[in-house]
Design a binder for this molecule. Structure first.
Ligand SMILES: C[S@@+](CC[C@H](N)C(=O)[O-])C[C@H]1O[C@@H](n2cnc3c(N)ncnc32)[C@H](O)[C@@H]1O
Length: 312
């Protein structure tokens, strides 16, 4: 269940799940500005500068971040964690795509692409097609903003404007997707925004569309118990009130906290894939990006896994 969502709800980047695309792109912008970035996303700031709202602005503004740190160190640690986590996640899945194209895959599908700029910033081999799937207004915002600044895709990039709870496979085929060509799939920052039935159906549809030699990469949904969600929400609200930010985006309210969804790696292993799971907590530590002082530090379930799998 989610407190704010309805079947068939829609959004642009200013609202609901669309606004989460701005938060993660803002984290990539912050990472790009670091002296030692794990990834560089030269388009993230352009896409987010005027779109990020409330306490999330502290991700891009160090003086706001310092204010937040003195008002509530737990909340500033959480914001810092979101920045680090997104950098680590992007780094991991950039590596996944590099491996996929090195293995000869030339068809790529980025589900819930949001403000992901991989089609613009990665070096794709000639002959690659990248399909970006998301809601129409989210895709429209990204392409309009980038085109207005003269930024063009670095690959044959096709937009599939559709809701992933609907018949997205037909829409993908209509844009030229071939189920006989090996595909590299990515579902990053998506599964937690799908109810359990759409979550499991998505895995089935991907499997039906995947010829042998295909690969998939998935960020699993992290899970917070109800009381921790309420605490996090209260902390955010209190810190925003104290600093005078208008806070409208509470990520936990947009997530489906359904427990009865498939466990991704187990599901894939049982359906013709060979899956490997990487703990994001370990990856944060390995890359020196663990943040001390996190309110949920000892709760293993609060951290997603990165699952990759090959189609047998
Ligand atoms: C947290 S953002 C992640 C965006 C992108 N994957 C990234 O990492 O930058 C979540 C994205 O999922 C998309 N999304 C969530 N549910 C969706 C649905 N049912 N249909 C289409 N897109 C969806 C949102 O529009 C948003 O762009």
């Amino acid at each position: 269940m989610s407190t704010l969502r309805t079947d068939g709800d829609t959004w642009d980047v200013t609202a609901s799940v669309g606004a989460t695309a701005v938060v993660v792109a803002a984290a990539r912008a912050a990472e790009t500005d670091r002296p030692d970035p794990l990834i560089r996303d030269p388009y993230a700031r352009l896409l987010t500068a005027n779109a990020v709202t409330g306490i999330w602005k502290a991700m891009l503004d160090e003086s706001m971040f310092a204010q937040l740190e003195s008002a509530d160190p737990g909340t500033s640690a959480f914001i810092d964690y979101v920045r680090s986590y997104q950098a680590v996640r992007t780094h991991y899945f950039d590596g996944y795509f590099a491996d996929a194209v090195n293995c000869g895959i030339r068809q790529v599908v980025i589900l819930a692409s949001g403000l992901d700029s991989r089609a613009y910033r990665l070096a794709w081999p000639v002959g690659t097609t990248v399909f970006e799937v998301d809601q129409p207004k989210v895709l429209g915002y990204k392409s309009t903003m980038l085109a207005a600044h003269g930024v063009k895709p670095a690959v044959d990039c096709r937009h599939v404007a559709v809701d992933l709870r609907q018949d997205w496979a037909a829409a993908l085929r209509d844009e030229g997707f071939s189920s006989t060509a090996p595909t590299a799939w990515l579902a990053e920052g998506l599964l937690m925004y799908l109810p359990a039935d759409a979550h499991d159906r998505l895995l089935e549809q991907i499997t039906e569309l995947s010829s042998p030699g295909s690969t998939i990469a998935v960020e699993t949904p992290a899970s917070y118990p109800c009381d921790r969600r309420a605490q996090l929400r209260q902390r955010f609200q209190r810190a925003a009130d104290e600093l005078g930010f208008e806070q409208t985006l509470f990520l936990q309210d947009l997530i489906y906290h359904d427990q009865d969804r498939a466990v991704v790696a187990d599901w894939l292993n049982a359906h013709g894939w060979q899956a490997v799971t990487q703990s994001s907590r370990d990856e944060l530590r390995r890359l020196g990006r663990w943040i001390d002082g996190l309110p949920m530090a000892n709760d293993k379930d609060a951290f997603a896994d990165f699952v990759t799998a090959d189609r047998r």
